[in-house]
Design a protein around this ligand. Structure first.
Ligand code: SAM
Length: 231
């Protein structure tokens, strides 16, 4: 097609009014492109993960990483980041002496990127990034766990951590706190805030809540029985 013909085609397209069908086609095309980018680049590997458990990649800021590390001061041993993204938390933890430092991430591009960052930082032998679903990882041996996930998955994750982690484990959550747990320390403000939870204290806290609920239910039963004149 020569330049004159191209100009003519563009002129004709410009002159043509964009009807409802045209707008619908553009909207569908844009939607498809966004979806293809989401599936192909941002969320590959997530096909088997239910939609409500999918968490997008939003990397922790420098301040967030620093706050997490402050809360982990005085801890040692291994560390696990659930949903490790480009590996920045695992890498920093490894620099600060946590061994082994492991990140679990489903997105293969991010796993590759994390390994590249570790190699560039001279830490590649010390960290490990595994392409695994965090919901299927066995956490029974983990002493230090970090999570930067979305509020929609935190109550389910809370149950998994409570069922699997040892009593002396410490969990640090960034950006959003766990819905029913009591942190023993927090660090930072606003979006940079991080919350530290002791597993043992959490179990005690949850069992107190359960006892309270049981007593409340028993009281309610008694009241109902009285109300209905059954006593
Ligand atoms: C909000 S980003 C946090 C990334 C990193 N921890 C950081 O702070 O920079 C959450 C990450 O969790 C990953 N993720 C979400 N669901 C996952 C799953 N079921 N298994 C493994 N990784 C998952 C996402 O791909 C994403 O990279």
């Amino acid at each position: 097609m020569d330049d004159d013909t191209t100009d003519e085609v563009f002129a004709e397209l410009k002159a043509r009014p964009l009807g409802g069908w045209g707008v619908a086609q553009i909207a569908a095309g844009t939607g498809l492109a966004v979806y293809a980018m989401w599936v192909g680049i941002l969320q590959p590997g997530f096909r088997r993960v239910p939609l409500r458990l999918q968490v997008p990649y939003i990397p922790a800021s420098k301040a967030q990483v620093d706050n997490v590390m402050t809360l982990l001061r005085c801890r040692k041993g291994g560390i696990v980041d659930l949903g490790s993204g480009d590996g920045r938390i695992v890498l920093e933890a490894s620099r600060q002496g946590f061994i082994p430092a492991v990140g679990y991430e489903l997105n293969p591009w991010l796993v590759r990127l994390a390994r590249f960052h570790a190699w560039r930082a001279g830490q590649h032998g010390k960290v490990s990034y595994r392409r695994e679903d965090l919901w299927k990882v066995d956490l029974t041996e983990c002493k230090n766990v970090t999570v930067f996930l979305a509020p929609s998955v935190l109550s389910l994750l809370q149950e998994k951590l409570q069922a699997e982690l040892p009593d002396d484990a410490l969990v640090v959550a960034g950006r959003f706190p766990f819905p029913n747990w009591e942190p023993f320390r927090t660090e930072g403000q606003g979006v940079d805030r991080a919350w530290a939870y002791s597993m043992q204290a959490q179990r005690q806290h949850m069992s107190k809540i359960n006892v309270k609920h049981t007593v409340m239910n028993l009281d309610l039963d008694k009241e109902l029985t009285k109300e209905k004149g059954y006593t």
